[in-house]
Design a protein around this ligand. Structure first.
Ligand code: SF4
Ligand code: SF4
Ligand code: SF4
Length: 325
C-alpha cells in the first residue's frame, strides 16, 4: 500500500498549486510513490470522501493558503485529524502571506472597498454577499469570513513548513523524499536552509558598511545590476529572509520582499528589519535622520508583506471592532 497524500487550498491565489505542477515530469515519481486521495484543484475527489476516511489514515496533508473563512478552518481541522503529518505549504499557510495584509483593515472596510468603492464596480444598491440567500426556493449558504487572516498553525498543529510564494518545487520534492525515507528533521522545522539571503546573494556590497542617504521606490532608479540593492536605497528584506528560492528576485535585479520568511533566530520580520535599517542611516543629526525615515516607502506593508499574521501584532488594532478574532 502506498502512503496516502492529500493537497488542499484555503485562502489562496492558486500559485502554490501551480508550483506542484511545476514539478513537471517529477510528478510522475511522486504519483508512483504515493496515492493522492484529495486535490480539489486537479482531481475530482469530494470532501465527503475524505470525511469518510478513518482518522490517521492519510500519511501527509499538504495545505496551502491562509485561513480566512469558517470553511478553511473546518477543512484544516478535519485534515489534521485524518493525517499523520501536516505540512504548511507556501507563505500563506506558513506566515499568513499576502492575503494577511488584509489585517491592516477591518472586514467591513474590505467589503465596502471591494463591493462598493472600487471605481470599476457598479453596485448602486450596495449589495454585498450574504451568508444565506434564498433563490427560487433554494437556499444558498456561504462560509463566514473572519475579521482576521490567520496562518495554518493558528488553527491546527503543523509538523513542517515549506516556505515561499510560491515554494520552489525542489523544496517540495526534497520534502516528499524526506517523508518517504523517514529521514525527517525535528517536528516544527522549516524545510529550507536556515541562513539569510544576503549570505548567498549574487550582488556585491561596494562599501564595508551599508550607509543609506535616502530610500527609493523601485521605479525611481535604474539599479546597478551588480551592487547590493539595499546599498542603493531600495528596501531589500534579504538581511531578515531565509534562503531557498535561489535568490530569484535579486537575479532579476529586484529587491527581496521576504516570501521565504525569517530565519529561526528571528521572531518578527518587521521589527528585526526596522532594527537593521536603524543601523544604516548615513546621517547622524535628528533632522536628517527624520528625512531618511520619511523617505521609506510604506514600511509596514513592505516589511510585513508576507508575515503580518505571524508578527507580534498579528493585525492593526481598529478601535471600532468588536470581533477581534
Ligand atoms: S503563498 Fe503565494 S503562491 Fe502560494 S497561495 Fe499564497 S499568494 Fe499564492
Ligand atoms: S540586502 Fe538584498 S541585494 Fe543586498 S546583499 Fe542582501 S539580499 Fe542581496
Ligand atoms: S528573493 Fe525574496 S521575495 Fe524573491 S522569491 Fe526569494 S525569498 Fe521570495
Amino acid at each position: 500500500m502506498k502512503p496516502k497524500v492529500g493537497f488542499y487550498w484555503m485562502g489562496t491565489c492558486g500559485g502554490c498549486e501551480e508550483s506542484v505542477v511545476d514539478l513537471a515530469e517529477r510528478i510522475l515519481d511522486v504519483v508512483a510513490a504515493v496515492d493522492i486521495i484529495f486535490w480539489p484543484v486537479a482531481m475530482d475527489f469530494k470532501l465527503e470522501d475524505v470525511e469518510a476516511m478513518a482518522d490517521g489514515s492519510i500519511a501527509v496533508a499538504i495545505i496551502n493558503g491562509s485561513v480566512k473563512t469558517s470553511h478553511d478552518e473546518y477543512v484544516a481541522k478535519m485534515l489534521r485529524k485524518k493525517a499523520g503529518l501536516v505540512i504548511a505549504y507556501g507563505s500563506c499557510a506558513h506566515l499568513g502571506g499576502i492575503p494577511g495584509l488584509a489585517n491592516f483593515h477591518s472586514i467591513d472596510a474590505i467589503f465596502d472597498r471591494v463591493y462598493k468603492e472600487v471605481p470599476t464596480v457598479y453596485n448602486d444598491k450596495g449589495i454585498v454577499p450574504q451568508l444565506r440567500t434564498e433563490i427560487d426556493g433554494m437556499i444558498l449558504e456561504l462560509p463566514t469570513i473572519n475579521n482576521t487572516v490567520q496562518k495554518l498553525d493558528d488553527i491546527v498543529s503543523v509538523d513542517y513548513y515549506i516556505p515561499g510564494c510560491a515554494p520552489n518545487p525542489d523544496l517540495l520534492m526534497a520534502g516528499i523524499q524526506a517523508i518517504l525515507s523517514g529521514n525527517l528533521p525535528p517536528v516544527g522545522s522549516v524545510l529550507s536552509p536556515n541562513r539569510n539571503m544576503c549570505d548567498s546573494c549574487p550582488k556585491e556590497r561596494k562599501e564595508e558598511k551599508i550607509m543609506v542617504k535616502e530610500f527609493k521606490r523601485y521605479y525611481e532608479i535604474i539599479p546597478d545590476e551588480d551592487q547590493c540593492l539595499l546599498e542603493q536605497g531600495l528596501m531589500c528584506l534579504g538581511p531578515v529572509t531565509r534562503i531557498g528560492c535561489g535568490e530569484l528576485c535579486m537575479k532579476a535585479n529586484m529587491p527581496c520582499r521576504g516570501c521565504y520568511g525569517p530565519t529561526d533566530q528571528i521572531e518578527d520580520m518587521g521589527t528585526k528589519y526596522a532594527s537593521a535599517l536603524a543601523t544604516i542611516w548615513y546621517e547622524t543629526n535628528e533632522e536628517d535622520i527624520d528625512r531618511i525615515v520619511r523617505s521609506i516607502p510604506n514600511f509596514a506593508s513592505i516589511a510585513y508583506m508576507f508575515s503580518l499574521p505571524a508578527s507580534i501584532m498579528k493585525r492593526k488594532r481598529i478601535k471600532s471592532e468588536v470581533d477581534f478574532k
